[in-house]
Ligand binder design. Structure first.
Ligand SMILES: [Zn+2]
Length: 281
């Protein structure tokens, strides 16, 4: 999180709010947040923001100087616009853009790690930048064609989060998608039947579309720090399955829980926590 639906909404809302705004100053207080040096940050000064786009889980802020800010929010970043500049007390700020109209665009990060990043890339070269060039097809809006892409012995919960296989899905939406498709997160890609692949091809864009439709109703600028994610399964270990009321179970990994319904997804089997997580890392 944020994943495709959240990044899509940030791109849309920020694009509307920022188009035409002139960049006055750029600051990068984050440790190692800015990961490129050519073109230099000076290439943004005086340029207008043309718009904000999304590719996979990346945000692309295009400037009129033919330079694009390629941004990855990682697990806890937000790109937000504020009416005033940040006070020096805002320790969440990683990359700041002062706009000539007095507003400030901020890449902020919640949590303890500093992992969100920014690269400045010539706009005409951005599609060839490594992190974009290696992305698989977009998980939304679809239709998506997964035939031949999942023929791998990795379990679905890691395979579908691999951005080279399909772009945009992360730890939150994978739980929702697999629950919606009634597939075990531990089923290996290479064991899927043609019918199961067809179910996934439908479940992936549908789950993400449901999220985007929800956000269209509730999100506006200014974007709040906490996004109201319409999750039914993820982070809901111990709660009843929204479909069959069975208690949702989870496998705990180092930094997240994988949640599933034993009735709908694993043929009644509860997967042993620690042993399974060791095996599947
Ligand atoms: Zn269920």
């Amino acid at each position: 999180m944020p994943e495709l639906p959240e990044v899509e909404m940030m791109a849309r809302l920020l694009s509307g709010a920022l188009s035409g705004a002139v960049i006055e100053k750029v600051k990068s207080p984050g440790l190692g947040t800015l990961k490129s040096f050519d073109p230099p940050v000076e290439s943004l000064i005086g340029a207008e923001i043309d718009g904000v786009r999304r590719r996979g889980k990346h945000l692309l802020v295009d400037a009129s100087s033919s330079v694009t800010m390629l941004i990855h929010l990682m697990s806890a970043g937000r790109l937000q616009v504020f009416d005033k500049a940040a006070s020096s007390k805002d320790r969440r700020s990683r990359f700041l853009i002062d706009l000539a109209d007095g507003r400030q665009l901020r890449l902020r990060e919640f949590g303890t790690h500093q992992s969100a990043w920014v690269k400045l890339v010539e706009t005409k070269k951005v599609d060839f930048e490594e992190s974009l060039a290696t992305l698989g097809p977009e998980a939304w809006p679809g239709p998506i064609d997964l035939k031949g892409r999942l023929n791998h012995p990795r379990p679905l919960h890691t395979l579908l989060r691999d951005q080279r296989v399909i772009a945009g899905i992360g730890r939150s939406w994978i739980d929702e998608i697999l629950h919606s498709a009634r597939l075990s997160p531990f089923k290996r890609g290479s064991d899927l039947t043609a019918q199961e692949i067809a179910v996934l091809e439908e479940a992936i864009p549908k789950s993400l579309d449901r999220a985007i439709s929800h956000y269209e109703k509730v999100l506006a600028i200014p974007l709040s720090d906490k996004l109201p994610m319409p999750l039914e399964v993820h982070n809901k270990r111990g709660e009843p399955c929204p479909r069959c009321q069975t208690k949702l179970e989870a496998v705990r990994f180092e930094d997240h829980d994988l949640v599933y319904c034993p009735q709908c997804q694993t043929g009644g089997k509860t997967l042993k926590d620690r042993r399974m997580s060791r095996l599947l890392k």
